[in-house]
Design a protein around this ligand. Sequence first.
Ligand code: ADP
Length: 483
Amino acid sequence: MKKRNTAQLLGIFSIVILILVQIFIIRGVWKQKDEMFNLRYRMLSQEALTAMSRRWNTDGFDTARYILSEFSRQIVREVAAISNDSVLNEKKKDILEFVTDVLNEEQFLSYFLSGYFERQGFEKDFNHKIIVNYFELIDFDTRIPIYVSEEYASRRPLRTARPESGQVQGPGSGPGSGAPPPGMGRRQTSEILVRDDRSEDNNYRLDFEYYIDFSDKQKVILKETSASLVLSILSILVVATLFLITYRNLMEEKRLSDLKTDFINNMTHELKTPLSTITVAGRTLEMEKIRSDDSKILETAKLIGKQSVHLNQLINMILEISMWERTQFELDKRKIPVEELMNDIVGSFKTGSGSSVSLMEKYHLEGVKADLDIVYFTTLINNLLSNAVKYSDKDPVIEIEGFKENNSIMIRVADNGIGISKNDQKHVFDKFYRASSGNVHKYKGLGLGLYYVKRIAEAHGGDVSVASKPGKGSIFTVTIPYE
Ligand code: ADP
């Protein structure tokens, strides 16, 4: 049991390790593909921006900048006049919202990118996102910061000097435009930064970022990683299957070795009993008192004879088993009227068993003849009958039935014995199997009787099955074809 648990635990442990390693690898591959995806679109976007500025001399935000400049010029005085803090804050919020809306709606970068991606044969559907980092209203020497994002404040101390009048920075020419600064907290990892823009004129100063995000990205990456994913799952499945097969083989070998150990113990026990009886009988014969009594001599001689026959039977059984292992059954089959043969076998069994055993026979065989080997068939029926008597804790009542069904004869032996549990029913026909295995057994035996029954039935082209309820009894059914 301990060995079984250790093997099981070790197997499960290695499979878990394998799964973890595979997850680790897949995550690595996924991350790599994700980065490649982002890099691909980042490069494409830069190409698109260059193409756009070369062809139209714009970055797509000119209209937005014009509207914002006009808006700022008109509103700056109004904002400067607000003295109440909460009113001012509300106003700033509205202004930021307006700025964001204008940037989102009055740009055609998204349209251009989409067309550019499509022409290059890439995914054209994406969502854009604009994050305003800084917005300031300017009126001569007055500067009114409307919004400063945390990131912006931390990465760049606010400039206080007023720019020279009339200085308007062209698209993409603002300081620091280009690659995103590291550690942009607000953006999602799936978003790709396309443009980081700073624009400034006499009326406003603005800093914003333009991102794109593909909703189909996961699907695209999944498609790209599917080969590694399938390989990983396959390797896990193969290892798990190999483990299961090895484990089952190991357990089967262990079961067989346990069965063999039990068999040797039982066999030793079975051989010892007649041997010790013979030894005691021999010693008895040496005694003067016995030798003078003819009847005692005869009785002891009979006892020795009977035990020798039993010993002989046991040894033959073992020899036969090893012969069966090496060669096929050789049956001496003849056309035999089954009912007559059954009457003979059961009749002799009745004579040999005590009066406490009741045997009832019921045949509907109508003189059917089947190809049978009388000796083996007799052994088969005898084994079933003697088990029915042996595995009983009360006076045995045995019903023997014989009938025809689908060109087969069916012989059914039902008893009122101790019965067999569901799990044992699966194994009772196995070689050496005993329902309660171990050295100590209430009922003596070697676990070969039913193995014989099955082998003999199969050698006749038939089979045997069992139905049983523990405590109620068992029914063994032998099927043998007769045509
Ligand atoms: P053995 O009787 O030598 O143990 P068998 O191969 O004849 O070996 O039977 C295998 C096992 O099946 C037995 O150990 C017993 O537990 C169970 N068995 C067989 N026949 C019966 C029966 N009629 N009633 C209950 N248990 C049975």
